[in-house]
Design a protein around this ligand. Structure first.
Ligand code: AMP
Length: 424
């Protein structure tokens, strides 16, 4: 029978590679906890309308990339292509106290052309902070992403920021942009020549040569921002300065949808090719809660791709995560029962411990112990068993080959000492 393969654009991650992801999860969760963001879990699929409205009917994600399907009950559902819309839907449904500061880790599904750093299922961390329009919250959110990326091990980063304006200044700007685009439609890229009117803002961050070439002449919002937006942005910039978070202004960094307002930001990796160099980004969405049926409520968030961060770490040549071996490997020459009981006891004492199964030879068990990355092998033979002792043999590190016997009933302190000495 032919064996199945993971679907195109998806991949399996097994240990030890997955240890890097485990570390990123721990890093992100730890930073979120310290900043008082709570974990939110929500369904992997939603009424397709949540994403149609929450991500935007005109967005590529919705028009070209979303996995939509009808379930057996005839409901039109979609697999989550990103995290924000679901969290905002959950906020509207449950109305928790504000500010509602939440974080998530989730797979995201997008029918894209698979290539390095672009998958049909990728994984994201994100935060959403709903219920405050305070520019200090923008600073907190941007600084949190900066902290995370640096804690993950990245250093070749560039942060671009912009402000998209609000109901007061955006309409005037859009009108000016439309006049410009109508006059230059022939010079736009193939997609935007016909389609620019559906969502003029998208032309700004179009990466195709023709659109990019027009940038120097395009009207930009920074010259037309209203006082409130100007004041908000100034406060964000002052906050980033105060916290020592470096940034560049970028008039062309837009979230091309009406419910995105004011602050937008994106971290790029200087070590990656430009088409796939975004390691994380986000922005303010002061009209999104209302777009999903809630009361007018401001919010801001970001998402960062796990695979993209790993790719950037590799491209930077950042040190891979430390070896993921267990502390102890129990080698049992008495038939298996000692290994069963000892591993259980050792794990209860707080050690990580592994054993061999299927009553293999001592040689085979020691080979497996070595492969497991264990620091110390705990060997139990008939003699040791009779004396209620074990032999501990150091397998790696400066004390490799050192061997000592310990009483089974007093293992913890002796093993702790041995492990501490054996680790470089
Ligand atoms: P977005 O929701 O498009 O802003 O994506 C958030 C982050 O997820 C990006 O900054 C990337 O790091 C990552 N990302 C987006 N799309 C993909 C994909 N198809 N494959 C891998 N990572 C992705």
């Amino acid at each position: 029978m032919t064996a199945f393969q993971a679907p195109t654009g998806t991949r399996d991650v097994l240990a030890p590679e997955s240890a890097r992801i485990e570390q990123l999860v721990a890093t992100f969760a730890g930073l979120c906890r310290r900043a008082a963001y709570g974990l939110v879990l929500s369904p992997m699929f939603e009424d397709a309308g949540v994403f149609r409205r929450g991500v935007g009917e005109a967005s590529d994600v919705v028009t070209k990339e979303m996995y939509e399907f009808e379930d057996r009950g005839g409901r039109l559902l979609a697999l989550r292509p990103e995290g924000t819309a679901s969290v905002v839907r959950a906020y509207v449904q449950h109305r928790p106290p504000v500010p509602f500061k939440s974080w998530y880790v989730t797979p995201a599904f997008r029918y894209e052309r698979p290539q390095a750093g672009r998958y049909r299922q990728h994984h994201q961390f994100g935060v959403e902070a709903i219920g405050s329009a305070d520019p200090d919250l923008d600073v907190e959110v941007v600084a949190l992403l900066d902290e995370y990326l640096r804690a993950a091990g990245l250093s070749k980063l560039v942060l671009r920021i912009n402000s998209m304006g609000d109901d007061e200044c955006r309409p005037g700007y859009l009108a000016a942009l439309e006049v410009f685009l109508a006059a230059h439609a022939d010079e736009l890229c193939g997609e935007h020549r016909e389609g620019w009117a559906r969502n003029p803002l998208r032309v700004l961050d179009c990466k195709r040569e023709e659109c990019v070439a027009l940038r120097p002449e395009m009207p930009v919002l920074s010259s037309m921002r209203c006082d409130n937006c100007e004041h908000h942005f100034a406060r964000v910039v002052a906050g980033l300065d105060a916290l020592g978070v470096g940034y560049q202004f970028d008039d062309f960094l837009v979230r091309g949808l009406d419910y995105y307002t004011r602050t937008t930001f994106e971290f790029g990796s200087l070590a990656l090719q430009s088409a796939q160099n975004a390691v994380g980004g986000g922005g303010r969405y002061d009209k999104l809660v209302a777009a999903l049926g809630g009361p007018e409520t401001p919010g801001i968030g970001f998402a960062t791709g796990i695979e993209r961060v790993l790719l950037a770490l590799d491209a930077e040549g950042a040190a891979p995560a430390g070896e993921d071996g267990v502390d102890l490997f129990v080698v049992d020459l008495t038939g298996g029962a000692s290994a069963r009981d000892l591993t259980h006891q050792l794990r209860r004492l707080g050690f990580s411990a592994e054993r061999a199964f299927d009553q293999r030879s001592m040689k085979a068990q020691l080979r497996q112990a070595d492969r497991s990355g264990a620091t110390v092998a705990i060997i139990v033979g008939e003699d040791e068993l009779a004396r209620r002792q074990v032999t501990a043999r150091v397998l790696r590190g400066p004390d490799a080959h050192h061997q000592e016997s310990f009483d089974v009933d007093d293992l913890a302190p002796s093993l702790q000492k041995l492990l501490a000495g054996a680790r470089p």
